[in-house]
Ligand binder design. Structure first.
Ligand SMILES: Cc1ncc(COP(=O)(O)O)c(C=O)c1O
Length: 321
């Protein structure tokens, strides 16, 4: 299985690095959506499964289980399909319909929970369900992006690619969710270049960096639990964006750079553009922005003007109430 998986590694990483145009300070973008299954989560999924096999926790008959409705589920489902491993993603009603359709094709079985937990969300019910499946299915393995250090270790290769940028990088902007990307990049980059500043980008309503509490309507960025692996991260600064600013960032990225990308990419783009606005430098700093996924799965939300108008309204009424 490991040999088969190693063949897949040719399609993960070494993603394009491009220089963005007409920006006040030089911005470079790492187009992580060019990975095998369409997002940077391929690095995490590959590392979790590869090391699970290597450690003897996964064999040909293992069932892999994951609590994810997003890119991690798609990455692990794709890898498991390649390896003929059974995969059970535990999803909830917030899943986007394209992802649900894809998971239904790629997975052994999809478990969709519908019961909310005592916080009003689905996270705790999803985690309970994953744990129950793990205890009832013999020879099963949880692909745990929040707690497995192999998630962040999967991003060490991305650090090497960042350090190979034609211009020496001064800042890296990374959107945060399970914190795998920022933990892997920051811990390995600082070992070689402690002067490079790491800026985490998060969304209002996410608990990772104590952002203001509001209901979150945008997927991909943020989390409703503090990921245990983040304690290994070395973060210099954090930018928290409102959800309406993230929509704005995505539209600016599309209009100014002709890049059709997901919420996290729009968020880091807006954050990086604003970050240096009030500052003057003898030499403008070089920043690298990680763009994790494409915009297709956000067509019904961020790129739908009606949805965006409703978002502003929903957030306003929530604040007034
Ligand atoms: C849409 C999106 N945002 C953010 C990230 C970074 O997430 P994490 O903190 O879970 O590594 C990813 C990783 O692939 C992603 O797909």
């Amino acid at each position: 299985m490991l040999q088969q998986l190693e063949k897949l590694s040719a399609f993960i990483g070494n993603t394009p690095l491009i220089s963005l145009r007409n920006t006040n300070t030089p911005l470079w973008a790492k187009l992580e959506y060019n990975n095998f299954s369409g997002s940077s989560k391929d690095r995490a999924g590959y590392s979790i499964i590869y090391n699970g096999i290597k450690a003897g926790h996964i064999n040909e008959d293992t069932t892999i289980i994951a609590s994810s409705s997003g890119n991690l589920a798609i990455a692990v489902a794709s890898i498991c399909k390649m390896l003929d491993l059974k995969f059970i993603p535990v999803i909830d009603p917030n899943i986007n319909s394209a992802y649900e359709a894809l998971l239904n094709i790629l997975s052994y079985k999809v478990v969709k929970i519908t019961e909310r937990d005592h916080t009003g969300g689905y996270l705790l019910t999803r985690i309970d369900t994953v744990n129950r499946l793990h205890t009832t299915i013999e020879n099963s393995f949880i692909a745990d992006q929040y707690g497995d250090p192999n998630n962040y270790k999967g991003y060490y290769g991305l650090t090497k690619e960042i350090l190979a940028c034609p211009e020496p990088i001064d800042y890296v902007f990374v959107a945060v969710s399970s914190s795998g990307a920022i933990t892997g990049i920051s811990s390995s980059i600082k070992a070689e270049r402690p002067d490079i500043k790491i800026v985490g980008v998060d969304v209002e309503g996410s608990v990772i960096f104590n952002a203001p509490p509001v209901k979150r309507y945008i997927s991909g960025i943020g989390a409703s639990q503090v990921p245990p692996i983040i304690e290994n991260a070395l973060i210099d600064d954090v930018v928290i964006l409102s959800q309406t600013d993230i929509v704005k960032g995505c539209l600016e990225l599309l209009n100014e750079q002709v890049i059709f990308a997901g919420a996290s990419s729009g968020a880091v783009y807006l954050a990086a553009k604003n970050y240096f606005r009030q500052q003057s430098f003898p030499k403008p700093p070089n920043s690298l922005l990680v763009f994790p996924d494409k915009g297709h799965s956000y067509l019904d939300t961020i790129y739908n003007p009606e949805w965006a108008a409703q978002l502003a309204h929903k957030l306003q009424s929530a604040t007034v109430a």
